[in-house]
Design a protein around this ligand. Structure first.
Ligand code: TNX
Length: 524
């Protein structure tokens, strides 16, 4: 009897200790797997519990804040099943809730920064602008267990480590590009990628809307561009295009996620789809065949014909009217079929046309051979000497060096998809570089940011595109956001490993690089 009693006391003691330990388990907010890595994290060692009593409160009086709160609720409710509601309040809400509010006191946060204060009683997010709150809710999502990203209900508990995160981006332009010209991608595919970009705090999305193989945006004054020019793609598939209504829908979808669309019409080269649609755009007045191969540099607008400029003006006018963002991208790359003495005045004239329609110009680095207008940005992809010319003219540079940042470069020689003309870009190589020190002549103050382009010659479906985009895009997001001195591959690869579970839960078909210690067994 005595022995039994002693055993009982002993086992209860052990149980109490174990339980106690789980309940007050020390947390460390600074070791959470947030990508991009936040600027500053001060941990306080406790937990906030998300329960069925928790709601999301937003400062009253702003439809925009309500929408951000709802975005968070929509992301957390499916997996947690907690039925978080979004409510407005004039004061700080009662304990147990999440609160999103604007405050103009903290100017260091800038237009996109946020401060997130988590205690055992509340989650408080403040920012000077809605964009900061939107980025902050991505951090909240990433502080919850990876399974929170599942579409189906999962078992809790849903704890968030406590402490304070202050966070803001290094570069104002953090982007990705999708080539919808070589292979067409549906509106749904594009929206899906926009949500994935938002999770990593990217804010610019460049759509490569025309090339030799296809014209993908409806232009009402030149309907054959899509009727004929949009009718095929690499490999001879059926192609496709966005109506203006669909494009406007994409723009709005991106805007609701604080992402700006940058539309590109590539010229004077990469233009066969347009030349095949309108004979008058050709110097000899004859339309070439549609093109479904993957060669580059063989087509050119007829720079000496006035109709060419009427055509461009119409396209730019319609596109500018549909695009609230500040930039129109005019391409300008690989114009091997245009003489340099024609190329330079052409680019000069087209810049003026874009400006006349109220937009700023972006173009591939070759445009620096012309005279860049104030505010024109050169996108460095191949030739450092071109980017250097842009800098010498006082222009800013957008960093997309193919050898580091091209999402269509193969990971290694065994990769199924992708090209390798700029080399192989394994996940570590994609991460381990700094835009501000890559080329000696391009300094941090010359750089607007970073963009990772996916060219689609070798990929024609969402899973194929995702295989090249992920996980490298996460690294580019971190390069754009996190100060260089806080970036480190050994630390990053551990956080990335955790995001394997998240990507799996989001059904992203990522490349499982051997360099990353993935832990994806319990994501689904
Ligand atoms: C070069 S990058 C191109 C594209 C190709 C890409 C393939 C650039 C401005 N031009 O037309 O799709 O290489 O990697």
């Amino acid at each position: 009897m005595r022995l039994r009693f002693k055993n009982y006391v002993l086992s209860s003691l052990i149980l109490a200790t174990v339980l106690g330990q789980t309940a007050c388990k020390k947390t460390d907010l600074s070791k959470e797997n947030v990508i991009p890595k936040p600027v500053s994290v001060v941990p306080t060692g406790e937990n906030f519990d998300l329960t069925d009593q928790t709601d999301i409160y937003v400062q009253q009086g702003s439809a925009e804040l309500l929408q951000i709160g709802q975005y968070l609720a929509d992301k957390l409710n499916p997996a947690t099943g907690l039925g978080l509601d979004v409510k407005t309040t004039a004061d700080t809400p009662a304990s147990g809730n999440i609160y999103l509010a604007l405050s103009d006191k903290d100017t260091q946060l800038g237009d996109e920064g946020y401060e997130l204060t988590i205690t055992d009683k509340s989650v408080n997010l403040i920012a000077t602008k809605p964009a900061g709150l939107f980025h902050g809710i991505q951090t909240i999502r990433q502080l919850l267990p990876a399974k929170v990203e599942n579409h189906m209900p999962q078992k809790g508990p849903w704890k968030i480590a406590t402490g304070t995160i202050r966070d803001y981006p290094t570069y104002s332009y953090r982007g990705a590009m999708l080539d919808v010209a070589r292979h067409f991608f549906s509106v749904d595919d594009v929206k899906n990628l926009i949500d994935q970009m938002a999770y990593y705090k990217l804010n610019m999305f460049h759509l490569h809307l025309s090339d030799d193989q296809g014209w993908r945006i409806e232009i009402k004054s030149w309907p054959n561009l899509t009727a004929r020019g949009g009718s095929t793609e690499v490999g001879g598939g059926e192609g496709g295009f966005y109506t203006q209504k669909q494009y406007a829908d994409i723009v709005k979808y991106a805007q609701d996620r604080y992402i700006t669309i940058v539309p590109e019409i590539d010229m004077p080269g990469h233009i066969n789809a347009a030349l095949a649609s309108y004979p008058e755009l050709n110097c000899d007045g004859k339309a070439p065949e549609l093109y479904t191969g993957i060669e580059v540099g063989f087509s050119s607008l007829c720079t000496g014909k006035e109709v060419t400029y009427k055509f461009i003006d119409d396209v730019i006018r319609e596109l500018a009217a549909l695009t609230p963002g500040p930039y129109l991208h005019i391409g300008g790359d690989e114009s091997h079929a245009t003489k340099i003495e024609d190329y330079i005045p052409f680019i000069n004239r087209v810049q003026d046309m874009v400006i006349a329609h109220g937009k700023k110009v972006l173009g591939w680095d070759e445009i620096a051979l012309s005279t860049l207008k104030p505010n024109t940005i050169a996108q460095y992809w191949a030739k450092a000497e071109n980017a250097t010319k842009a800098v010498a003219q006082g222009a800013k540079v957008l960093m997309s060096p193919a050898k580091n940042a091209y999402l269509d470069m193969q990971y290694d020689s065994t990769s199924t998809y992708g090209l390798h003309w700029a080399g192989y870009v394994e996940v570590d190589k994609g991460y381990n570089w700094d835009p501000a020190t890559l080329e000696p002549e391009i300094k941090k103050e010359n750089i607007v940011g970073i963009e990772a382009p996916l060219w689609s010659e070798t990929v024609s479906s969402r899973p194929e595109a995702e295989y090249l985009i992920f996980p490298r895009l996460l690294g580019y997001a971190e390069i754009g956001w996190t100060p260089a001195e806080l970036r480190n591959w050994d630390n990053y690869k551990i956080r990335l490993a955790n995001h394997g579970e998240r990507m799996k839960a989001m059904d992203i078909n990522f490349y499982p690089s051997r360099l990353v210690p993935w832990n994806t067994n319990n994501a689904k």
